[in-house]
Design a binder for this molecule. Structure first.
Ligand SMILES: [Zn+2]
Ligand SMILES: [Zn+2]
Length: 253
């Protein structure tokens, strides 16, 4: 399956774009930089967006994306997320105050935006990829996603602190090709990472011990001010599986 990394950071600068992946050109996972990372003509090809959680660095592009595609595409765009995530997005973004309620535009019968809730570990299919949400450990309800297509699987986790179920799923998935995991802060900010539900290189070391497979583990969601130190500290782990997701790259798993 084809994964394009539009944004690989947990903070925003002119060089660093917020979390957003594009699967096969038509499904976005998170929407941090869905507009900043993608030309409008390609935004029109996005048919569905899967949200891992409600935080702004993962939902930031939604209002402007809908603005860009409104009236220009046939059919609506489906946004999938947990009940908690969709509730937060409805209440705090598309509330007619922060931004228009696109679930009622151009009318409530054929809206441009439709919400569909998913449950823990209940799979759904978009295009030729099956998505299974796996609950992880963050400060708001958050899911990683197991993506499976043909004989290939990719396990994506957006934001999480130390977690268990994700690694159980990784270890039991036969065709697992790669994992992607949050490392947001350098080791000196361990307490901040613990309090905010993220990993450091030191806590990544503990997490990697739970992965029984020899597959690439891609790091993403670095805070820009921690990036240089994270790269040094990750190199010092000396784990050949670990590498960094590079913004703008297309990966085939
Ligand atoms: Zn985040
Ligand atoms: Zn978050």
């Amino acid at each position: 399956m084809e994964i394009e990394v539009l944004g690989a950071y947990g903070g925003e600068t002119p060089e660093c774009r917020l979390t957003c992946l594009l699967v096969g050109g038509t499904v976005a996972i998170d929407a941090g930089c869905l507009c900043r990372g993608l030309e409008i003509e390609r935004q029109l090809d996005v048919e569905a967006i899967v949200l891992t959680h409600s935080h702004a660095d993962h939902t930031n592009g939604l209002p402007f994306f809908l603005d860009n595609v409104f009236g220009r595409r046939k059919g609506g765009v489906g946004i999938r997320g947990s009940e908690a995530t969709l509730y937060a997005v409805r209440k705090h973004v598309f509330n007619s105050s922060t931004w228009p309620d696109f679930t009622r535009l151009p009318n409530h019968l054929e809206p441009v935006l439709e919400f569909e809730a998913f449950d823990d570990e209940e799979s759904f299919v978009l295009g030729d990829v099956t998505y299974t949400p796996i609950r992880v450990n963050h400060v708001v309800p958050t899911h990683g996603l197991l993506l499976e297509s043909g004989n290939s699987a990719f396990l994506w986790s957006s934001d999480t602190g130390p977690t268990e179920r994700l690694w159980e799923v990784a270890s039991r998935t036969e065709n697992l090709k790669a994992v992607a995991i949050d490392v947001s802060f350098h080791n000196q900010l361990q307490q901040v990472a613990d309090d905010s539900g993220h990993l450091t290189p030191a806590s990544l070391r503990t997490e990697l011990a739970k992965l029984t497979k020899d597959v690439p583990v891609y790091i993403h969601h670095m805070k820009p001010q921690s990036e240089a130190m994270i790269r040094e500290e990750v190199a010092a782990l000396n784990d050949a599986r670990v590498r960094f997701f590079e913004q703008g790259q297309v990966y085939q798993f």
